[in-house]
Design a protein around this ligand. Structure first.
Ligand SMILES: [Zn+2]
Ligand SMILES: [Zn+2]
Length: 390
């Protein structure tokens, strides 16, 4: 393990162990709410560190709690633990052993940073207060964060502030971004079924073509951002899936359209949903088709509390990380639900590597173990600063 950002405060044997843990988790990825082996692994490592654990929030969630002294100060550190339904194409020795599932977002690395930090924190002699290490399932679109909050996370484990990090391959290793306010966008998903009446491809006048209606709808949806949303407000409408037809000479009965929407301002979210609904219904009707729309607003925007973000920047700078400013992302993150319940900060940790720098959700991605010490040190320093400063 070699990192210029680690001044040696994290013992070499723990770092070596962290790398081994990370690769073990990488070999055995599990999807949303199915992280049973992963949860068992987390619980075992926490128990080895003498840390009391609670299991079962959001099915496979695990919380490890360290309390020292008499202070009522309390913070949460959240790590996501789930993998993605992607077939791994990397050639690493620790590649996924599960067909069609891989840790393509680095949640294996996030889990291990928190586990190793918990192990260090359990040994710190000078803490006064409580830190909850929150291991959250189902971050990838399935709302594990919201479910943990709904099932009583912060009632059972009260936190003054809650923090989470994501490795960021687009940023140089050693960099850290913790913005005041907006960090990640709100997320909407839509599934639209356009129903017409199929017919012989050579006699189109005998049917009602859902593909033609769909083509107009896909084009028209692009007018929402370009013509309806204030140009100074961030917004995305992306059609990402179209399915229809089985062959070249039969017009189908139905066409399926799927996609995603992103925004920050809730009034923009309302506008996107209203315009999408109206365009789809009216265009389908204009082409004598019917439309069935399922529209879900899955995650709110991830908005940092400015004082929690400024605390993270101070801690990161003190750890030797390069604190940078950066534009917010139009990606989304279900830690947003925790931040709606408790003020806190979501940060990006630089994770680029010189060679083979595959992005998040790429089938070639593998978490950069070189940045494990950055995350471990950041969490340990943050806990220490929060729970020892008067
Ligand atoms: Zn992801
Ligand atoms: Zn992720």
């Amino acid at each position: 393990m070699n990192s210029q950002h680690c001044d040696g405060a994290i013992a070499a044997d723990l770092l070596a162990q962290a790398v081994a843990w990370r690769r073990e988790l990488h070999r055995h990825p599990e999807l949303a709410y199915d992280e049973h082996r992963t949860a068992e692994f987390i619980a075992s490592r926490l128990a080895e560190s003498g840390i009391p654990i609670h299991r079962g929030l959001a099915a496979t969630g695990v919380v490890g709690t360290i309390t020292r002294g008499t202070s009522r100060r309390s913070i949460g550190i959240r790590a996501d633990i789930d993998a993605l339904p992607i077939r791994e194409d990397s050639s690493v020795a620790h590649a996924s052993s599960v067909a069609g599932i891989m840790h393509a977002c680095g949640h294996d690395g996030h889990t291990v940073m928190a586990l190793a930090a918990a192990r260090v924190c359990a040994e710190l002699p000078d803490l006064d207060g409580t830190v909850h290490f929150i291991f959250q399932p189902a971050e990838e679109g399935e709302g594990g964060g919201r479910r943990m909050v709904e099932e009583g996370l912060f009632r059972l484990f009260p936190c003054d502030n809650v923090y989470a990090l994501h490795n960021w391959p687009a940023l140089a290793a050693g960099a850290c971004v913790a913005r005041d306010g907006a960090m990640m966008a709100a997320l909407g998903l839509f599934t639209i079924r356009i129903r017409g009446r199929g017919c012989h491809g050579a006699m189109p006048h005998e049917g009602t073509d859902p593909i033609l209606a769909t083509a107009q709808i896909v084009a028209a949806l692009q007018s929402i951002v370009s013509r309806n949303v204030d140009p100074l407000q961030p917004a995305v409408v992306s059609v990402t899936q179209i399915q229809a037809g089985d062959t070249w000479n039969v017009a189908p009965d139905e066409c399926l359209i799927r996609g995603t929407t992103r925004w920050y301002d809730e009034t923009v979210g309302d506008l996107i949903e209203a315009r999408l609904t109206r365009l789809v219904q009216s265009i389908a009707a204009g082409f004598a088709c019917t439309a069935q729309i399922e529209y879900q607003r899955r995650f709110p925007a991830t908005i940092n509390d400015p004082s929690a973000a400024s605390f993270v920047r101070a801690v990161a700078g003190g750890c030797g990380l390069k604190v940078m400013d950066h534009e917010p992302s139009m990606g989304s993150e279900d830690f947003a639900h925790m931040l709606q319940a408790v003020p806190g900060c979501y940060l990006w940790l630089g994770a680029a590597r010189g060679h083979d720098n595959a992005g998040l959700h790429s089938s070639h991605y593998d978490f950069n173990d070189e940045v494990l010490p950055d995350g471990i040190r950041l969490w340990v320093s943050l806990v220490r600063k929060y729970l020892t400063d008067p």
